[in-house]
Design a protein around this ligand. Structure first.
Ligand code: MN
Length: 315
């Protein structure tokens, strides 16, 4: 499927809306002005002034509105711009209707682990690009939150939050973080598959945190193990928009929870696992007592010991 994007003035947009008034679908996407459908083309106009033409008749339709403004976009199915797709993945995976799954918070001393599985149909891809979905590592937390709020309005997804108390309980009972992640991904994917049924994704892509056989070993003994069409790749955010979207939603949830923790602590809690979190944890213990720590941090991190050392020194 090909796309054409035009950038038009607000005057031209009004003209256009008039022109398509008998074809309006009444379902404008987030950030959208209107959406219209002709037999060979779907037209979506955005408040930004961009108009997206999709479908076999898109070139012809767009030409009515001035081809000199055409922004050269073609579906990237043939030539994926970003990471190389490993041989174990279908080579057209980027353009399949797929579930993507990713997690956030595993390396942060403070805060939970959030895992999100999100479903992106091929026809939703241009909209996701328009909204600004991309590798969350290139986005600020602010931008992530803006995009996430739009995504959760229409994108099918499942979000899981493993809070610190539960995390610490599982960890001290001997469960590795890898196994926790595998269980969360499997569960989020399961929830989402249930939501989607009877529709089935063409692929499920997990941002890889363990080798495939290790992932499935973690899941052994589980009642339901989702295996069908499941693929793994590192840097999967750059391979499929569903992973990028999942990552944005997971990150947004993580940041929101982090803000709650800061509020409860009474001061701004830092991210990561560097020396600044040792200082913050020491302050937290000093002000609230050691017993609150399990609901704020991942206790088994070396930072716990470092925070205790800082406290001892300050006495
Ligand atoms: Mn990841």
């Amino acid at each position: 499927m090909s796309n054409v994007v035009l950038k038009l003035s607000s005057q031209e947009m009004r003209k256009m809306m008039e022109y398509y008034q008998n074809n309006l679908t009444g379902k404008a996407p987030p950030g959208g002005l209107f959406s219209a459908k002709t037999p060979q083309c779907t037209i979506t106009a955005y408040k930004s002034g961009k108009v997206l033409f999709q479908g076999s008749g898109c070139n012809e339709e767009a030409r009515k509105w001035g081809s000199d403004a055409v922004e050269k976009t073609e579906t990237k199915a043939k030539t994926p711009a970003t990471p190389k797709i490993s041989a174990s993945l279908p080579n057209n995976i980027s353009s399949l209707s797929a579930i993507g799954s990713d997690e956030v918070g595993t390396g942060d001393f403070f805060g939970p682990i959030t895992v999100c599985a999100a479903y992106v149909r091929k026809e939703d891809m241009p909209l996701l690009k328009e909204i600004g979905v991309q590798d969350s590592k290139n986005l600020t937390d602010e931008k992530i939150s803006t995009i996430a709020k739009q995504l959760i309005k229409f994108l099918p997804y499942s979000l899981l939050v493993l809070h610190n108390v539960k995390y610490n309980k599982l960890q001290s009972s001997g469960m590795s973080q890898g196994k926790m992640k595998a269980l969360l991904h499997n569960q989020a994917i399961g929830h989402l598959l249930e939501k989607l049924a009877p529709e089935k994704p063409e692929a499920i892509l997990i941002d890889q945190f363990a080798k495939e056989e290790v992932y499935f070993k973690y899941l052994s003994g589980q009642k339901v193990i989702h295996k069908e069409n499941v693929y793994f790749s590192t840097k999967a955010e750059g391979i499929h928009l569903a992973v990028a979207a999942a990552s944005i939603i997971a990150r947004h949830a993580f940041v929101q929870h982090f803000e709650k923790l800061s509020k409860a602590a009474g001061f701004k809690i830092p991210k990561g696992a560097g020396s600044q979190v040792d200082v913050a944890a020491a302050r937290l213990i000093k002000e609230k007592g050691k017993e609150v720590l399990p609901s704020y941090v991942k206790l088994h991190f070396a930072n716990t010991e470092k925070a205790m050392n800082l406290l001892r020194k300050s006495k």
